[in-house]
Design a protein around this ligand. Structure first.
Ligand SMILES: Nc1nc2c(ncn2[C@@H]2O[C@H](COP(=O)(O)OP(=O)(O)OP(=O)(O)O)[C@@H](O)[C@H]2O)c(=O)[nH]1
Ligand SMILES: [Mg+2]
Length: 653
């Protein structure tokens, strides 16, 4: 009961496993029928990995004490029968806390000490060295131990003002945001910079990643959190309190973190939490309802969104209701409505996206494989005609035929030089692409930006410095697009020529589009400018801060560049593999024709036998063709997810 989010996620998991299984079986079948070249194999493997390991990150963002952690407890962890994430009055969660599942790591909590902020590595780089984190093993069968261990994310330390400044928690320019100074002149700062929780919770096992954040307007928030983790989350839940209404700091968090991607409204949920504070014994249920509706309307108006997008709930009562199995209270808490919205929004979108990626990958693959099958079919038809032409002919004619085939073969082998020349031009152009998107170019660009940001009195020039950097990055992507276009036309021309000369059916695959990556760059730029625009610009005067920001930026850009390069690599690999496949088929064909003639010369009945064999091969090929259609049909047409169903292996092989 009340587990609609969990159920939906389960369905999504089943669907993904089924898709992954079908892709795997398709690859095996193709291999058995010698239809799998290395590019196709890699493409299938990538699709399969993507479907199997797809992660969905849901981030909870709000001012402190709005109930983020309590909501996470209520939605995901009620099954443990108690509060798992620490949730209490005042500031509780002190560091960003990510919950997920990695089968290769035992259940544990890993904590990155706050002092690492003084070192140059970005958070992403720290993730690569798990041994540097403080590790606490977790016992998932002992909810008490689990919740005690997780209290670590609320730990703080007292440091001097100088230390606090070095760690990014103290600003002279914005004293009102600074933490309180105690009698000894010390200030309280978080003990940890980031926490990673690895547990085999059923939802996390299926690829859900939950990100709990500390109250975000807290001074010194990790730039990587605000410019990287939150913008990349697939869904962000923004929480307000019905007891406080929309405060000024709520509004600035909303503006800073939640409205930078206008085309992505589906993945933003606004929650009006703590509606139980409006339940009061002297008002009738209708009056209470009216009051909630009024709050919803005014919240929606202030945030500038439609009223139905504001979902009223009581996280606390929802958690209690689930733990004590009280359906009436659960209904009152409105938690199920929020879970519904969450699952419809994210899981639905996610599944559509994955299915579309698989469908387009598989239909390309089907077209390519179809071409190989066609070549085989044509070769068989030609052989058949050749052999039928020999029926009733004498030895001399047969000998003559053999030498003609040998000569054809020699001519074909000579054509190899031209192919070699095209390949070397192709490689040269690819090298240009690699240097445009490679790590050296990016490093240089980032060094340039750091230099500009370090200049004194920059404040107003920040926008321009970012703008110029991003302009150059966009220009590189455009150049990559034009070089790929050049490669594509060269391949197309060569393929046309080869098709005409040798009867091939080569078709140069379309070059990957950089439009999506340009869009990604725009988003990254927007999230940075927005972050800096909202009162954070003065922090840039501190070199440690601007360095951290640039490092966070460069990690994100590297991912974009690497993904774009991956697309280009796979694309050129598949063009080359197509050519290889047809050359190989042709060489094999020469071999078979010569062998057939030799056999005919040796035995009188050889010719008829051979004709029979070729007929059998043609029939088998026909079956391969229809099996390929059958195996790929589901993957191409299932872009609209269907109700998952178990697939017997016999149906697939
Ligand atoms: N009455 C009521 N209290 C709630 C509700 N949800 C959370 N609280 C209480 O509000 C306080 C803060 O909740 P948390 O979950 O710690 O809030 P948070 O947003 O995670 O806060 P930080 O970790 O400090 O950023 C706790 O005492 C919760 O018990 C609710 O629906 N109703
Ligand atoms: Mg919290």
């Amino acid at each position: 009961m009340g587990t609609s989010f969990n159920e939906k996620f389960d369905q999504h998991g089943t669907w993904r496993r089924e898709f992954a299984l079908r892709l795997k079986l398709l690859a095996e079948w193709m291999k058995d029928h010698e239809l799998l070249d290395s590019a196709v194999e890699e493409r299938l493997r990538r699709l399969e990995t993507r479907v199997r390991t797809d992660k969905v990150m849901v981030a909870f963002v709000a001012e402190f004490s709005r109930g983020k952690s309590e909501l996470i407890n209520a939605i995901f962890f009620a099954g443990y029968g108690r509060r798992i994430m620490p949730a209490s009055a005042g500031r509780t969660t002190m560091c960003p806390t990510e919950m997920g599942y990695d089968a290769d790591v035992p259940p544990c909590l890993r904590l990155l000490p706050i002092e690492t902020r003084m070192q140059p590595q970005s958070l992403m780089e720290w993730r690569m060295v798990p041994e540097k984190w403080t590790r606490i093993d977790l016992d998932v069968n002992d909810p008490k131990q689990l919740s005690v261990a997780l209290e670590k994310v609320a730990e703080t330390r007292r440091v001097t003002q100088d230390e606090a400044r070095a760690l990014g928690f103290w600003q002279r320019e914005a004293p009102e945001d600074n933490p309180m100074v105690d009698a000894q002149g010390l200030v309280e700062v978080p003990k940890w910079r980031h926490a990673l929780i690895n547990i085999a919770h059923p939802l996390l096992k299926q690829g859900l990643v939950i990100l709990d954040t500390p109250g975000l307007n807290a001074i010194g928030a990790e730039p990587e959190l605000t410019v990287s983790l939150i913008p990349q989350a697939h869904a962000v839940v923004f929480i307000l309190g019905a007891d406080t209404g929309v405060t000024k700091s709520d509004l600035s968090i909303w503006r800073e973190h939640l409205i930078n991607d206008a085309d992505d409204t589906n993945s933003r949920l606004v929650v009006l939490n703590k509606i139980d504070t409006l339940w009061d014994a002297l008002s009738s249920p209708a009056q209470i309802q009216q009051q909630i509706e009024r709050q919803r309307a005014s919240t929606a108006e202030i945030l500038g969104i439609p009223k139905h997008q504001v979902i009223p709930v009581s996280a606390q009562k929802g958690l209690v209701a689930k733990v004590t199995d009280d359906p009436e209270l659960l209904e009152l808490s409105c938690l199920p409505a929020l879970e519904d919205a969450l699952s419809q929004g994210i899981m639905g979108e996610r599944q559509k996206l994955l299915a579309a990626a698989v469908a387009s990958g598989i239909s390309d693959l089907r077209a390519e494989t179809g071409r190989v099958i066609n070549i085989r079919r044509r070769d068989l038809t030609e052989q058949m005609m050749e052999l039928k032409g020999l029926q009733g002919k004498n030895i001399a004619v047969i000998k003559n035929m053999r030498s003609r085939i040998s000569q054809e073969q020699a001519e074909f082998d000579l054509g190899g030089a031209k192919i070699h020349a095209v390949r070397s031009v192709h490689l040269k152009l690819l090298r240009e692409v690699f240097s445009l998107l490679g790590p050296t170019a990016l490093k240089k660009e980032m060094a340039e930006l750091t230099k500009v940001l370090h200049q004194k009195g920059l404040k107003l020039g920040v926008k321009r410095a970012y703008g110029q950097t991003f302009d150059r990055l966009r220009e590189s992507l455009r150049q990559v697009q034009s070089i790929s276009g050049e490669i594509q036309s060269m391949l197309a021309a060569t393929f046309r020529q080869l098709n005409a000369e040798h009867g091939f059916s080569l078709q140069a695959p379309t070059e990957p589009s950089m439009t999506g990556y340009l869009h990604d760059l725009d988003l990254v730029e927007r999230s940075h400018l927005q972050y800096l625009g909202i009162g954070n610009a003065f922090r840039l005067a501190q070199p440690e801060f601007s360095d951290r920001l640039v490092r966070a930026l460069s990690t994100r850009l590297r991912v974009i560049h690497e993904t774009a390069l991956g697309d280009i690599e796979l694309w050129s690999k598949s063009a080359a593999a197509q050519l290889d496949a047809q050359l190989r088929e042709r060489r094999r064909n020469f071999g078979r024709r010569l062998e057939a003639i030799d056999r005919i010369q040796q035995a009188a009945g050889g010719l008829e036998d051979r004709i029979g064999e070729i007929q059998a091969q043609a029939n088998a090929l026909h079956q391969v063709d229809s099996k390929l259609l059958e195996l790929t049909d589901y993957l191409v047409t299932a872009a609209e997810p269907v109700r998952p169903r178990a697939v017997p292996a016999s149906e697939l092989v």
